[in-house]
Design a protein around this ligand. Structure first.
Ligand code: ARG
Length: 590
Protein backbone atom coordinates (compact mmCIF):
# COMPACT_ATOMS: atom_id res chain seq x y z
CA UNK A 1 0.00 0.00 0.00
CA UNK A 2 1.07 3.53 -0.65
CA UNK A 3 2.53 5.36 2.32
CA UNK A 4 0.46 8.09 3.88
CA UNK A 5 2.84 10.85 2.81
CA UNK A 6 2.47 9.63 -0.79
CA UNK A 7 -1.31 9.40 -0.59
CA UNK A 8 -1.37 12.96 0.66
CA UNK A 9 1.08 13.94 -2.06
CA UNK A 10 -1.22 12.46 -4.72
CA UNK A 11 -4.12 14.57 -3.50
CA UNK A 12 -2.08 17.75 -3.34
CA UNK A 13 -0.58 17.11 -6.78
CA UNK A 14 -4.08 16.89 -8.17
CA UNK A 15 -4.92 20.16 -6.48
CA UNK A 16 -1.87 21.84 -8.03
CA UNK A 17 -2.96 20.58 -11.42
CA UNK A 18 -6.57 21.68 -10.94
CA UNK A 19 -5.31 25.13 -9.97
CA UNK A 20 -3.30 25.28 -13.19
CA UNK A 21 0.17 24.46 -11.90
CA UNK A 22 2.63 21.66 -12.49
CA UNK A 23 1.34 18.68 -10.45
CA UNK A 24 4.92 17.62 -9.63
CA UNK A 25 5.06 20.53 -7.18
CA UNK A 26 2.64 18.83 -4.81
CA UNK A 27 5.12 16.71 -2.86
CA UNK A 28 4.24 16.48 0.84
CA UNK A 29 6.33 15.33 3.77
CA UNK A 30 5.74 14.87 7.49
CA UNK A 31 5.90 18.35 8.96
CA UNK A 32 9.08 19.57 10.57
CA UNK A 33 6.90 21.83 12.73
CA UNK A 34 4.49 19.31 14.29
CA UNK A 35 3.18 22.10 16.51
CA UNK A 36 1.76 23.80 13.39
CA UNK A 37 0.60 20.92 11.23
CA UNK A 38 1.05 17.23 10.56
CA UNK A 39 2.13 17.30 6.91
CA UNK A 40 3.49 20.08 4.79
CA UNK A 41 3.95 21.00 1.16
CA UNK A 42 6.49 23.59 0.07
CA UNK A 43 5.63 23.37 -3.62
CA UNK A 44 4.11 26.83 -3.88
CA UNK A 45 7.47 28.31 -2.91
CA UNK A 46 9.10 26.55 -5.86
CA UNK A 47 6.13 27.38 -8.11
CA UNK A 48 6.56 31.09 -7.40
CA UNK A 49 9.90 31.06 -9.23
CA UNK A 50 8.47 29.22 -12.24
CA UNK A 51 5.23 31.18 -12.57
CA UNK A 52 6.55 34.55 -11.37
CA UNK A 53 3.77 34.93 -8.83
CA UNK A 54 3.57 35.45 -5.10
CA UNK A 55 3.91 32.01 -3.45
CA UNK A 56 1.09 32.76 -1.03
CA UNK A 57 -1.37 33.28 -3.90
CA UNK A 58 -0.41 29.95 -5.42
CA UNK A 59 -0.73 28.22 -2.04
CA UNK A 60 -4.17 29.77 -1.61
CA UNK A 61 -5.32 28.63 -5.03
CA UNK A 62 -4.18 25.09 -4.29
CA UNK A 63 -5.81 25.06 -0.87
CA UNK A 64 -9.11 26.15 -2.47
CA UNK A 65 -9.01 23.01 -4.58
CA UNK A 66 -8.63 20.94 -1.44
CA UNK A 67 -11.78 22.34 0.17
CA UNK A 68 -14.17 19.58 1.17
CA UNK A 69 -11.50 16.92 0.71
CA UNK A 70 -12.28 14.26 3.29
CA UNK A 71 -8.63 13.27 3.73
CA UNK A 72 -7.90 16.53 5.51
CA UNK A 73 -9.27 18.20 8.60
CA UNK A 74 -7.13 21.21 7.78
CA UNK A 75 -5.56 22.51 4.59
CA UNK A 76 -4.32 26.06 4.89
CA UNK A 77 -2.01 28.43 3.12
CA UNK A 78 0.37 30.31 5.37
CA UNK A 79 2.78 33.08 4.55
CA UNK A 80 5.09 33.25 2.76
CA UNK A 81 3.65 30.31 0.81
CA UNK A 82 3.52 27.05 2.71
CA UNK A 83 0.65 24.63 2.69
CA UNK A 84 -0.07 23.14 6.11
CA UNK A 85 -2.10 19.98 6.33
CA UNK A 86 -3.76 17.92 9.05
CA UNK A 87 -5.17 14.50 8.28
CA UNK A 88 -8.82 13.95 9.24
CA UNK A 89 -9.16 11.62 12.25
CA UNK A 90 -11.59 9.36 10.38
CA UNK A 91 -9.11 9.05 7.54
CA UNK A 92 -6.32 8.21 9.97
CA UNK A 93 -8.47 5.48 11.53
CA UNK A 94 -9.21 4.01 8.12
CA UNK A 95 -5.55 4.15 7.30
CA UNK A 96 -4.60 2.33 10.52
CA UNK A 97 -7.04 -0.42 9.60
CA UNK A 98 -5.27 -0.84 6.29
CA UNK A 99 -1.84 -0.91 8.00
CA UNK A 100 -3.19 -3.52 10.39
CA UNK A 101 -4.13 -5.74 7.46
CA UNK A 102 -0.82 -5.20 5.64
CA UNK A 103 2.02 -7.45 6.81
CA UNK A 104 4.48 -4.80 5.58
CA UNK A 105 2.81 -2.19 7.79
CA UNK A 106 2.41 0.32 5.03
CA UNK A 107 5.91 0.18 3.59
CA UNK A 108 6.01 -0.99 -0.02
CA UNK A 109 9.04 -2.60 -1.60
CA UNK A 110 10.96 -0.49 -4.11
CA UNK A 111 9.56 -0.71 -7.60
CA UNK A 112 13.04 -1.18 -9.03
CA UNK A 113 14.76 -3.91 -7.05
CA UNK A 114 18.54 -3.73 -7.06
CA UNK A 115 21.28 -6.27 -6.59
CA UNK A 116 23.54 -5.23 -3.75
CA UNK A 117 26.77 -6.82 -2.60
CA UNK A 118 27.33 -5.89 1.01
CA UNK A 119 30.89 -6.25 2.26
CA UNK A 120 30.85 -6.32 6.04
CA UNK A 121 32.27 -8.17 9.00
CA UNK A 122 35.81 -8.21 7.60
CA UNK A 123 37.39 -10.44 10.27
CA UNK A 124 40.85 -11.86 9.85
CA UNK A 125 41.41 -15.58 10.20
CA UNK A 126 43.36 -16.83 13.20
CA UNK A 127 42.46 -13.75 15.20
CA UNK A 128 39.52 -13.84 17.59
CA UNK A 129 36.65 -11.46 16.99
CA UNK A 130 37.08 -8.44 19.21
CA UNK A 131 35.10 -5.27 19.82
CA UNK A 132 36.75 -3.66 16.80
CA UNK A 133 34.70 -6.03 14.62
CA UNK A 134 31.47 -5.34 16.41
CA UNK A 135 30.31 -2.30 14.53
CA UNK A 136 30.83 -3.65 11.04
CA UNK A 137 28.82 -6.75 11.90
CA UNK A 138 25.99 -4.90 13.64
CA UNK A 139 25.61 -2.04 11.17
CA UNK A 140 26.10 -4.27 8.13
CA UNK A 141 23.52 -6.77 9.31
CA UNK A 142 20.95 -3.99 9.83
CA UNK A 143 21.67 -2.44 6.42
CA UNK A 144 21.27 -5.88 4.85
CA UNK A 145 17.95 -6.60 6.51
CA UNK A 146 16.52 -3.17 5.77
CA UNK A 147 17.53 -3.38 2.10
CA UNK A 148 16.02 -6.86 1.81
CA UNK A 149 12.82 -5.63 3.37
CA UNK A 150 12.74 -2.96 0.66
CA UNK A 151 12.77 -5.77 -1.87
CA UNK A 152 16.40 -5.71 -2.95
CA UNK A 153 18.60 -8.74 -3.46
CA UNK A 154 21.42 -8.41 -0.97
CA UNK A 155 24.44 -10.68 -0.93
CA UNK A 156 26.30 -10.32 2.34
CA UNK A 157 29.97 -11.22 2.05
CA UNK A 158 32.18 -11.50 5.13
CA UNK A 159 35.33 -10.84 3.08
CA UNK A 160 37.78 -12.65 5.32
CA UNK A 161 41.33 -11.45 5.73
CA UNK A 162 42.77 -14.86 4.83
CA UNK A 163 45.75 -14.24 2.64
CA UNK A 164 48.22 -11.93 4.27
CA UNK A 165 51.36 -12.04 6.33
CA UNK A 166 49.52 -13.38 9.37
CA UNK A 167 49.27 -16.77 7.65
CA UNK A 168 52.97 -16.79 6.91
CA UNK A 169 53.67 -15.93 10.53
CA UNK A 170 51.56 -18.80 11.82
CA UNK A 171 53.21 -21.22 9.41
CA UNK A 172 56.63 -20.04 10.56
CA UNK A 173 55.78 -20.39 14.21
CA UNK A 174 54.39 -23.89 13.67
CA UNK A 175 57.51 -24.85 11.78
CA UNK A 176 59.66 -23.76 14.71
CA UNK A 177 57.52 -25.63 17.20
CA UNK A 178 56.76 -28.79 15.25
CA UNK A 179 59.31 -29.10 12.43
CA UNK A 180 58.45 -32.76 11.96
CA UNK A 181 54.91 -32.15 10.71
CA UNK A 182 54.47 -33.46 7.14
CA UNK A 183 53.54 -29.94 5.94
CA UNK A 184 57.18 -28.94 6.24
CA UNK A 185 58.64 -32.01 4.55
CA UNK A 186 59.60 -31.02 0.99
CA UNK A 187 59.18 -34.65 -0.06
CA UNK A 188 55.49 -34.65 0.85
CA UNK A 189 53.18 -32.96 -1.65
CA UNK A 190 49.86 -34.64 -1.01
CA UNK A 191 47.89 -36.82 1.37
CA UNK A 192 48.13 -34.39 4.29
CA UNK A 193 46.18 -35.25 7.45
CA UNK A 194 42.48 -34.36 7.53
CA UNK A 195 42.72 -33.30 11.15
CA UNK A 196 44.18 -29.85 11.79
CA UNK A 197 47.35 -29.87 13.90
CA UNK A 198 45.89 -27.13 16.15
CA UNK A 199 42.66 -25.98 17.79
CA UNK A 200 41.26 -22.47 17.80
CA UNK A 201 42.76 -21.85 21.23
CA UNK A 202 46.16 -22.97 19.92
CA UNK A 203 45.81 -20.53 17.04
CA UNK A 204 44.84 -17.75 19.38
CA UNK A 205 48.05 -18.32 21.26
CA UNK A 206 50.26 -18.99 18.23
CA UNK A 207 49.24 -15.95 16.22
CA UNK A 208 50.05 -13.18 18.74
CA UNK A 209 53.27 -14.95 19.65
CA UNK A 210 54.32 -15.13 15.99
CA UNK A 211 53.28 -11.56 15.32
CA UNK A 212 55.32 -10.34 18.29
CA UNK A 213 58.42 -12.27 17.21
CA UNK A 214 58.01 -10.96 13.69
CA UNK A 215 58.10 -7.40 14.99
CA UNK A 216 61.14 -7.98 17.18
CA UNK A 217 63.24 -10.29 15.05
CA UNK A 218 64.24 -9.34 11.49
CA UNK A 219 65.26 -12.88 10.54
CA UNK A 220 61.96 -14.28 11.80
CA UNK A 221 60.08 -11.65 9.85
CA UNK A 222 61.96 -12.50 6.67
CA UNK A 223 61.11 -16.14 7.24
CA UNK A 224 57.42 -15.31 7.67
CA UNK A 225 57.45 -13.19 4.50
CA UNK A 226 59.09 -16.01 2.61
CA UNK A 227 56.48 -18.46 3.92
CA UNK A 228 53.72 -16.06 2.81
CA UNK A 229 55.22 -15.83 -0.65
CA UNK A 230 55.55 -19.61 -0.89
CA UNK A 231 52.00 -20.10 0.24
CA UNK A 232 50.83 -17.70 -2.41
CA UNK A 233 52.90 -19.47 -5.04
CA UNK A 234 51.22 -22.73 -4.14
CA UNK A 235 53.54 -24.62 -1.74
CA UNK A 236 51.43 -27.78 -1.14
CA UNK A 237 52.17 -28.21 2.56
CA UNK A 238 51.53 -24.53 3.30
CA UNK A 239 48.34 -24.59 1.29
CA UNK A 240 47.16 -27.56 3.36
CA UNK A 241 48.01 -25.74 6.58
CA UNK A 242 46.32 -22.61 5.33
CA UNK A 243 43.12 -24.58 4.65
CA UNK A 244 43.27 -25.90 8.22
CA UNK A 245 43.70 -22.36 9.56
CA UNK A 246 40.68 -21.17 7.59
CA UNK A 247 38.46 -24.10 8.58
CA UNK A 248 39.27 -23.83 12.25
CA UNK A 249 38.85 -20.04 12.26
CA UNK A 250 35.69 -19.97 10.22
CA UNK A 251 33.83 -22.38 12.47
CA UNK A 252 34.81 -20.25 15.45
CA UNK A 253 33.78 -17.05 13.66
CA UNK A 254 30.44 -18.54 12.69
CA UNK A 255 29.75 -19.49 16.27
CA UNK A 256 30.49 -15.93 17.38
CA UNK A 257 28.53 -14.19 14.66
CA UNK A 258 25.61 -16.45 15.47
CA UNK A 259 25.60 -15.09 19.00
CA UNK A 260 25.30 -11.64 17.48
CA UNK A 261 22.44 -12.79 15.25
CA UNK A 262 24.56 -11.98 12.21
CA UNK A 263 24.75 -14.28 9.18
CA UNK A 264 26.60 -14.05 5.89
CA UNK A 265 25.65 -15.47 2.51
CA UNK A 266 29.24 -15.70 1.36
CA UNK A 267 32.31 -16.67 3.31
CA UNK A 268 34.71 -15.50 0.67
CA UNK A 269 38.03 -13.98 1.47
CA UNK A 270 40.90 -12.00 0.07
CA UNK A 271 42.37 -15.24 -1.26
CA UNK A 272 39.40 -15.87 -3.56
CA UNK A 273 40.21 -13.01 -5.87
CA UNK A 274 43.82 -14.06 -6.47
CA UNK A 275 43.22 -15.58 -9.94
CA UNK A 276 41.78 -12.23 -11.02
CA UNK A 277 44.90 -10.26 -10.13
CA UNK A 278 47.35 -11.11 -12.98
CA UNK A 279 44.91 -10.40 -15.84
CA UNK A 280 43.74 -7.25 -14.07
CA UNK A 281 47.29 -5.99 -13.74
CA UNK A 282 48.04 -6.79 -17.38
CA UNK A 283 44.97 -4.95 -18.55
CA UNK A 284 45.70 -1.89 -16.42
CA UNK A 285 49.17 -1.80 -17.93
CA UNK A 286 47.98 -2.39 -21.49
CA UNK A 287 45.33 0.33 -21.18
CA UNK A 288 47.99 2.76 -20.02
CA UNK A 289 46.58 3.37 -16.57
CA UNK A 290 49.20 1.57 -14.50
CA UNK A 291 52.79 2.72 -14.63
CA UNK A 292 56.01 2.10 -12.71
CA UNK A 293 56.94 4.59 -10.07
CA UNK A 294 60.04 3.85 -7.97
CA UNK A 295 59.68 0.22 -8.96
CA UNK A 296 56.07 -0.04 -7.79
CA UNK A 297 53.13 -0.31 -10.14
CA UNK A 298 50.61 2.48 -9.51
CA UNK A 299 47.52 4.15 -10.96
CA UNK A 300 47.05 7.88 -10.42
CA UNK A 301 43.75 8.69 -8.79
CA UNK A 302 44.21 12.28 -7.59
CA UNK A 303 41.58 14.76 -8.76
CA UNK A 304 41.92 18.48 -9.30
CA UNK A 305 39.69 19.67 -6.50
CA UNK A 306 40.96 17.25 -3.85
CA UNK A 307 41.13 19.08 -0.54
CA UNK A 308 43.76 16.66 0.72
CA UNK A 309 46.39 14.68 -1.09
CA UNK A 310 45.15 11.43 -2.58
CA UNK A 311 48.21 9.27 -3.28
CA UNK A 312 48.25 6.95 -6.29
CA UNK A 313 46.61 3.56 -5.94
CA UNK A 314 49.34 0.99 -5.31
CA UNK A 315 48.75 -2.06 -7.49
CA UNK A 316 51.95 -4.02 -7.00
CA UNK A 317 54.82 -3.30 -4.64
CA UNK A 318 58.33 -3.21 -6.08
CA UNK A 319 58.84 -6.86 -5.10
CA UNK A 320 55.71 -7.69 -7.11
CA UNK A 321 53.53 -8.36 -4.05
CA UNK A 322 49.82 -7.65 -4.27
CA UNK A 323 48.48 -5.07 -1.82
CA UNK A 324 45.28 -4.46 0.12
CA UNK A 325 44.16 -2.22 -2.78
CA UNK A 326 44.96 -4.97 -5.26
CA UNK A 327 42.73 -7.52 -3.55
CA UNK A 328 39.88 -5.07 -3.19
CA UNK A 329 40.11 -4.17 -6.89
CA UNK A 330 40.29 -7.78 -8.02
CA UNK A 331 37.36 -8.63 -5.73
CA UNK A 332 35.32 -5.99 -7.54
CA UNK A 333 35.99 -7.80 -10.82
CA UNK A 334 34.95 -11.08 -9.25
CA UNK A 335 31.75 -9.61 -7.85
CA UNK A 336 30.94 -8.01 -11.19
CA UNK A 337 31.33 -11.40 -12.85
CA UNK A 338 29.37 -13.31 -10.26
CA UNK A 339 26.51 -10.94 -9.45
CA UNK A 340 26.46 -7.85 -11.72
CA UNK A 341 25.61 -5.73 -8.69
CA UNK A 342 23.98 -2.29 -8.95
CA UNK A 343 25.66 -1.32 -5.73
CA UNK A 344 28.60 -2.59 -3.68
CA UNK A 345 28.51 -1.27 -0.14
CA UNK A 346 31.47 -1.56 2.21
CA UNK A 347 30.84 -1.26 5.93
CA UNK A 348 34.33 -0.65 7.25
CA UNK A 349 36.09 1.45 9.88
CA UNK A 350 36.11 5.06 8.71
CA UNK A 351 39.88 5.19 9.22
CA UNK A 352 40.07 3.18 6.01
CA UNK A 353 38.23 5.84 4.04
CA UNK A 354 41.24 6.96 2.00
CA UNK A 355 41.89 3.36 0.99
CA UNK A 356 38.37 3.11 -0.39
CA UNK A 357 38.50 6.51 -2.07
CA UNK A 358 41.53 5.29 -3.99
CA UNK A 359 40.10 1.87 -4.76
CA UNK A 360 36.79 3.32 -6.00
CA UNK A 361 38.45 5.95 -8.16
CA UNK A 362 40.81 3.38 -9.59
CA UNK A 363 37.96 0.95 -10.32
CA UNK A 364 35.95 3.60 -12.15
CA UNK A 365 38.94 5.04 -13.97
CA UNK A 366 40.26 1.72 -15.23
CA UNK A 367 36.79 0.57 -16.20
CA UNK A 368 36.44 -2.32 -13.74
CA UNK A 369 32.96 -0.97 -13.16
CA UNK A 370 30.82 1.44 -15.07
CA UNK A 371 29.92 4.35 -12.82
CA UNK A 372 26.45 4.55 -14.31
CA UNK A 373 25.70 0.90 -13.72
CA UNK A 374 27.25 0.20 -10.34
CA UNK A 375 27.83 2.49 -7.42
CA UNK A 376 30.65 1.75 -5.00
CA UNK A 377 29.74 3.07 -1.57
CA UNK A 378 31.68 3.37 1.63
CA UNK A 379 29.85 3.35 4.94
CA UNK A 380 32.63 4.29 7.32
CA UNK A 381 31.91 3.81 10.97
CA UNK A 382 33.44 5.51 13.99
CA UNK A 383 35.08 3.91 16.98
CA UNK A 384 33.42 2.43 20.00
CA UNK A 385 35.19 4.18 22.85
CA UNK A 386 35.40 3.51 26.55
CA UNK A 387 34.30 6.07 29.12
CA UNK A 388 37.77 7.64 28.90
CA UNK A 389 37.01 8.56 25.29
CA UNK A 390 39.70 6.18 23.98
CA UNK A 391 39.05 2.99 21.97
CA UNK A 392 37.35 0.47 24.22
CA UNK A 393 39.80 -1.77 26.07
CA UNK A 394 39.72 -4.39 28.80
CA UNK A 395 40.59 -3.29 32.30
CA UNK A 396 44.07 -4.69 31.65
CA UNK A 397 44.35 -2.53 28.53
CA UNK A 398 43.99 -5.32 25.96
CA UNK A 399 41.41 -5.68 23.20
CA UNK A 400 38.22 -7.20 24.50
CA UNK A 401 36.99 -10.34 22.79
CA UNK A 402 33.52 -9.99 21.48
CA UNK A 403 32.36 -13.08 23.33
CA UNK A 404 33.39 -11.54 26.62
CA UNK A 405 31.63 -8.29 25.88
CA UNK A 406 28.40 -10.17 25.15
CA UNK A 407 28.84 -12.20 28.31
CA UNK A 408 29.56 -9.12 30.47
CA UNK A 409 26.51 -7.25 29.21
CA UNK A 410 24.26 -10.26 29.63
CA UNK A 411 25.59 -10.74 33.18
CA UNK A 412 24.90 -7.12 34.02
CA UNK A 413 21.31 -7.36 32.74
CA UNK A 414 20.86 -10.57 34.70
CA UNK A 415 22.15 -9.03 37.93
CA UNK A 416 19.89 -6.07 37.43
CA UNK A 417 16.74 -8.15 36.99
CA UNK A 418 17.75 -10.20 40.03
CA UNK A 419 18.06 -7.11 42.23
CA UNK A 420 14.77 -5.77 40.88
CA UNK A 421 13.15 -8.97 42.15
CA UNK A 422 11.63 -11.32 39.62
CA UNK A 423 9.48 -14.42 39.80
CA UNK A 424 11.09 -15.91 36.72
CA UNK A 425 13.14 -19.07 36.85
CA UNK A 426 16.92 -18.97 36.71
CA UNK A 427 16.99 -20.39 33.18
CA UNK A 428 14.40 -17.90 31.95
CA UNK A 429 16.25 -15.01 33.53
CA UNK A 430 19.46 -16.09 31.81
CA UNK A 431 17.78 -16.40 28.45
CA UNK A 432 16.10 -13.02 28.80
CA UNK A 433 19.38 -11.45 29.88
CA UNK A 434 21.00 -12.73 26.68
CA UNK A 435 18.22 -11.26 24.55
CA UNK A 436 18.03 -7.94 26.35
CA UNK A 437 21.83 -7.74 26.53
CA UNK A 438 22.11 -8.17 22.77
CA UNK A 439 19.43 -5.53 22.25
CA UNK A 440 21.35 -3.21 24.59
CA UNK A 441 24.57 -3.61 22.63
CA UNK A 442 23.03 -3.45 19.19
CA UNK A 443 20.67 -0.58 19.88
CA UNK A 444 23.41 1.29 21.76
CA UNK A 445 25.49 1.04 18.62
CA UNK A 446 22.87 1.44 15.90
CA UNK A 447 21.19 4.44 17.48
CA UNK A 448 24.30 6.47 16.63
CA UNK A 449 24.98 7.76 13.17
CA UNK A 450 27.43 5.14 11.80
CA UNK A 451 30.22 7.64 11.13
CA UNK A 452 30.22 8.99 14.71
CA UNK A 453 32.37 7.60 17.51
CA UNK A 454 30.40 6.65 20.58
CA UNK A 455 31.04 5.77 24.17
CA UNK A 456 30.19 2.33 25.39
CA UNK A 457 28.71 2.97 28.82
CA UNK A 458 27.42 -0.30 30.22
CA UNK A 459 25.07 1.22 32.78
CA UNK A 460 23.53 3.60 30.32
CA UNK A 461 23.15 0.91 27.65
CA UNK A 462 21.29 -1.46 29.94
CA UNK A 463 19.04 1.19 31.52
CA UNK A 464 15.32 0.58 31.14
CA UNK A 465 14.68 4.29 30.75
CA UNK A 466 15.91 6.63 28.04
CA UNK A 467 16.96 5.96 24.48
CA UNK A 468 18.14 2.38 25.00
CA UNK A 469 17.53 -1.11 23.67
CA UNK A 470 16.10 -2.32 26.99
CA UNK A 471 13.60 0.57 26.98
CA UNK A 472 12.32 -0.59 23.58
CA UNK A 473 12.23 -4.19 24.85
CA UNK A 474 10.40 -3.06 27.94
CA UNK A 475 7.79 -1.24 25.84
CA UNK A 476 7.23 -4.32 23.72
CA UNK A 477 6.98 -6.63 26.70
CA UNK A 478 4.56 -4.22 28.31
CA UNK A 479 2.27 -4.38 25.27
CA UNK A 480 2.50 -8.16 25.25
CA UNK A 481 1.49 -8.26 28.87
CA UNK A 482 -1.52 -5.98 28.36
CA UNK A 483 -2.65 -8.03 25.38
CA UNK A 484 -2.32 -11.19 27.44
CA UNK A 485 -4.31 -9.79 30.33
CA UNK A 486 -6.98 -8.53 27.98
CA UNK A 487 -7.18 -11.93 26.33
CA UNK A 488 -7.51 -13.61 29.73
CA UNK A 489 -10.22 -11.19 30.89
CA UNK A 490 -12.21 -11.30 27.62
CA UNK A 491 -11.36 -14.51 25.78
CA UNK A 492 -14.38 -13.99 23.51
CA UNK A 493 -13.41 -10.50 22.37
CA UNK A 494 -13.08 -9.93 18.62
CA UNK A 495 -10.42 -7.65 17.24
CA UNK A 496 -11.98 -4.20 17.31
CA UNK A 497 -12.14 -1.60 14.59
CA UNK A 498 -9.68 1.18 15.09
CA UNK A 499 -11.66 4.34 15.87
CA UNK A 500 -10.66 7.88 14.92
CA UNK A 501 -8.10 9.28 17.38
CA UNK A 502 -9.24 11.56 20.18
CA UNK A 503 -6.90 14.12 21.64
CA UNK A 504 -3.27 14.94 20.99
CA UNK A 505 -1.55 11.86 22.46
CA UNK A 506 -3.69 9.49 20.50
CA UNK A 507 -3.31 11.47 17.29
CA UNK A 508 0.46 11.51 17.77
CA UNK A 509 0.47 7.76 18.12
CA UNK A 510 -1.50 7.28 14.89
CA UNK A 511 0.68 9.70 12.99
CA UNK A 512 3.84 8.10 14.28
CA UNK A 513 2.58 4.70 13.20
CA UNK A 514 1.97 6.20 9.78
CA UNK A 515 5.60 7.32 9.59
CA UNK A 516 7.00 3.78 9.68
CA UNK A 517 7.49 3.65 5.92
CA UNK A 518 9.22 7.04 5.94
CA UNK A 519 11.65 5.79 8.57
CA UNK A 520 12.38 2.66 6.55
CA UNK A 521 12.97 4.67 3.39
CA UNK A 522 15.28 7.08 5.18
CA UNK A 523 17.24 4.27 6.78
CA UNK A 524 17.58 2.49 3.44
CA UNK A 525 18.43 5.50 1.32
CA UNK A 526 20.99 6.92 3.73
CA UNK A 527 22.51 3.57 4.82
CA UNK A 528 21.50 4.79 8.27
CA UNK A 529 19.89 2.28 10.64
CA UNK A 530 19.98 5.06 13.25
CA UNK A 531 16.93 6.53 11.49
CA UNK A 532 14.98 3.41 12.25
CA UNK A 533 16.21 3.44 15.87
CA UNK A 534 15.03 7.00 16.23
CA UNK A 535 11.68 5.97 14.85
CA UNK A 536 11.12 3.08 17.25
CA UNK A 537 12.17 5.30 20.13
CA UNK A 538 9.57 7.89 19.08
CA UNK A 539 6.95 5.20 18.64
CA UNK A 540 7.72 3.70 22.06
CA UNK A 541 7.46 7.13 23.66
CA UNK A 542 4.11 7.79 21.97
CA UNK A 543 2.83 4.42 23.07
CA UNK A 544 3.89 4.93 26.68
CA UNK A 545 2.34 8.38 26.76
CA UNK A 546 -0.87 7.09 25.26
CA UNK A 547 -0.88 4.29 27.80
CA UNK A 548 -0.36 6.70 30.68
CA UNK A 549 -3.47 8.58 29.55
CA UNK A 550 -5.80 5.68 28.85
CA UNK A 551 -6.41 2.77 31.13
CA UNK A 552 -6.88 0.21 28.44
CA UNK A 553 -7.87 -2.71 30.63
CA UNK A 554 -10.39 -0.66 32.62
CA UNK A 555 -11.92 1.24 29.70
CA UNK A 556 -15.71 1.00 30.18
CA UNK A 557 -16.70 1.57 26.54
CA UNK A 558 -16.17 -1.84 24.84
CA UNK A 559 -15.84 -0.33 21.38
CA UNK A 560 -13.14 2.03 22.54
CA UNK A 561 -11.40 -0.68 24.47
CA UNK A 562 -11.37 -2.93 21.42
CA UNK A 563 -9.96 -0.09 19.35
CA UNK A 564 -7.18 0.54 21.90
CA UNK A 565 -6.31 -3.13 21.93
CA UNK A 566 -6.11 -3.26 18.14
CA UNK A 567 -4.00 -0.15 18.16
CA UNK A 568 -1.39 -1.34 20.65
CA UNK A 569 -1.32 -4.68 18.92
CA UNK A 570 -0.42 -2.83 15.75
CA UNK A 571 2.28 -0.87 17.58
CA UNK A 572 3.73 -4.18 18.76
CA UNK A 573 3.71 -5.57 15.21
CA UNK A 574 5.53 -2.52 13.90
CA UNK A 575 8.09 -2.66 16.71
CA UNK A 576 8.63 -6.36 16.14
CA UNK A 577 9.20 -5.83 12.46
CA UNK A 578 11.55 -2.90 13.11
CA UNK A 579 13.70 -4.61 15.74
CA UNK A 580 13.97 -7.66 13.54
CA UNK A 581 15.33 -5.41 10.79
CA UNK A 582 17.82 -4.03 13.31
CA UNK A 583 18.84 -7.58 14.20
CA UNK A 584 17.43 -8.30 17.65
CA UNK A 585 14.25 -9.54 19.33
CA UNK A 586 12.13 -8.88 22.37
CA UNK A 587 11.59 -11.58 25.00
CA UNK A 588 8.06 -12.62 26.05
CA UNK A 589 8.59 -11.38 29.58
CA UNK A 590 11.19 -9.42 31.40
N1 ARG B 1 40.03 -7.37 7.15
C1 ARG B 1 40.05 -5.94 7.04
C2 ARG B 1 40.59 -5.33 8.35
O1 ARG B 1 40.65 -6.00 9.36
C3 ARG B 1 38.70 -5.36 6.78
C4 ARG B 1 38.12 -5.74 5.44
C5 ARG B 1 37.12 -4.75 4.95
N2 ARG B 1 36.61 -5.03 3.62
C6 ARG B 1 37.28 -4.81 2.50
N3 ARG B 1 36.75 -5.16 1.37
N4 ARG B 1 38.47 -4.25 2.49
O2 ARG B 1 40.96 -4.17 8.33
Amino acid sequence: MKKLADQITDKVCMAFEAAGYDPALGRCTPSNRPDLCQYQCNGAMAAAKVYHMAPFLIAQAVVEQLAGEEMFSKAEAVRPGFINLDVAPAYLAQWMEAVGADPRRGSDPDSQPKTIVLDYGGPNVAKPLHVGHLRSAIIGEAIKRIARFKGHTVIGDVHLGDWGLQIGQIITELKHRQPDLPYFDPAVTEGFPEEPPFTISDLEEIYPCASKKSKEDEAYKAEAQEATAQLQEGHPGYRALWRHIINVSVSDLKRNYEKLNVTFDLWKGESDCQPYIPPMVEKMKADGYAYLSDGALVVDVAEEDDAREVPPCLILKSDGAAQYETTDLATIIQREEDYHPDRIIYVVDKRQELHFVRVFRCAYKTGLVDKDKCSLEFVGFGTMNGKDGKPFKTREGGVLRLEYLLRDVSDAVYEKSKTNGSDLSEAELRQIADQVGLAAIKYGDLSNQPSKDYIFDLNRFIAFEGNTGPYIMYTMVRIKSILKRFQEASPQAELGRILPPEGQKETDLYLTLARFSDAIDDAYEQNAPNRLCRYIYDLSNCLNQFYAERNILKEPDPEKQASYVSLIRLVLKVLELAVDLLGFQAPERM
